[in-house]
Design a protein around this ligand. Structure first.
Ligand code: EPU
Length: 337
């Protein structure tokens, strides 16, 4: 089925709760129908916005041209072997509902990514990650549609060029690719991933938790640290954790020995942006309608009625402050539209 709305309000379609309208808002759960409708209409497809649950964007314009919202939510087991299972999921499925579906059947791999807001289709775009895991570890391939040619194609995991909160789908040459389905390879006899220290420490020393216990613990940690977008407008981590050369990090640690570092690629380390922002005194800061979440400095929040400009002004002040204190330029993780 496909539905086409005109002048569609987006306030309830983005987790920051920002006001904006779409000229054309298309909801589609059938790819053939979507392609036919787009072929036979004069809908402007020069710069479409593919919107999932809007949990990682800032709508900075009062008016967005064409928005396409995939609502295909089917989950299908494609293949099963003794050790693993190949599962196809529609882009419109809620991410955490899909994770619950996999965990309840004993398929392992996604449990550390529990409760991340968003849709399945958005997961590979920024290679969602948390608690020692990234979705790239479990993506087998992605089925996408190129709207410039209105044809569908499959990208292997390698074609996706996954990196830290990064993938091929973020490149400008892929701006007209709509993710339609994601194929995951999951384990049937899963080994849990406890590389993230606070997660490991949540369990007694001699207890090897199963994926259900890991999911529950991750949900508990997330609820204790991160604001629920249904209650306070936010888009999760606002900035990426900067990657520095080991040498640059070493020099900064001469003055700030407490600065945590995590090993990244050889010769580089990742530094938690939340720590840098907190060290600059921003944690819990509030200015009228916007602020820095008191329990996680990496999250900017809309306390109600903020405009994109208010959030971006606060972000800019934080970037300047971290730059002048540490010489590190923070990059945004959220996407500005
Ligand atoms: N920290 C502080 N103050 C803060 C926040 C963090 O000092 O206010 C320091 C602490 O030392 C803490 C360390 O930063 O030990 C790491 O913090 P945390 O474990 O909360 O993770 P993060 O690096 O801040 C990343 C992801 C999150 C993900 C968590 C858990 C990025 C940009 N963010 O945050 O992802 O949930 O790890 O794995 O990589 C998201 O992308 O929206 C997101 C929430």
């Amino acid at each position: 089925m496909i539905k086409i709305h005109q002048n569609y309000p987006l306030k309830n379609s983005n987790s920051f709760g920002l006001e904006s309208d779409a000229n054309i808002f298309i909801e589609a759960d059938d790819l053939g129908e979507l392609i036919t409708a787009l072929k036979n209409s004069n809908i402007d497809l020069s710069n479409p916005l593919f919107l999932g649950t809007g949990s990682n964007i800032i709508l900075s314009r009062p008016n967005i041209g064409t928005v396409i919202h995939a609502t295909n939510r089917d989950v299908t087991i494609l293949e099963e072997s003794r050790d693993s299972v190949l599962i196809k999921c529609g882009a419109g499925k809620d991410w955490d509902e899909f994770v619950e579906w996999t965990v309840s059947r004993g398929y392992g791999g996604l449990e550390n990514l529990s409760l991340i807001p968003g849709s399945v289709g958005a997961a590979p775009i920024q290679n969602i990650g948390a608690y020692g895991a990234e979705v790239a570890l479990c993506v087998e391939s992605v089925l996408a549609v190129d709207l410039s040619k209105l044809h569908q194609f499959t990208l292997s995991k390698e074609d996706c060029h996954f990196g830290y909160r990064d993938s091929q789908f973020k490149r400008s040459e892929s701006s007209l690719w709509l993710v339609w389905e994601v194929i995951f390879q999951l384990e049937k006899d899963p080994r849990v991933n406890l590389t993230y220290k606070p997660l490991k420490e949540a369990f007694p020393e001699n207890h090897r938790p199963d994926i259900r216990e890991v999911r529950e613990e991750v949900i508990k940690i997330r609820r204790s640290k991160l604001p629920d977008p249904a209650e306070i407008g936010n888009a999760g981590s606002f900035f990426k954790n900067p990657v520095l050369s080991a040498c640059q990090a070493g020099l900064i640690r001469e003055n700030y020995p407490d600065m945590p570092i995590y090993y990244h690629d050889p010769g580089t380390v990742k530094v938690p942006a939340g720590w840098l922002i907190e060290a600059c005194g921003w944690k819990g800061f509030r200015e009228d309608k916007v602020g820095v979440f008191p329990r996680q400095a990496l999250v900017l929040v809309n306390y109600g009625g903020a405009e994109a400009r208010d959030i971006l002004d606060l972000a800019e002040k934080i970037v300047q402050s971290v730059k002048s204190t540490f010489g590190i330029k923070l990059e945004m993780e959220v996407r500005i539209v």
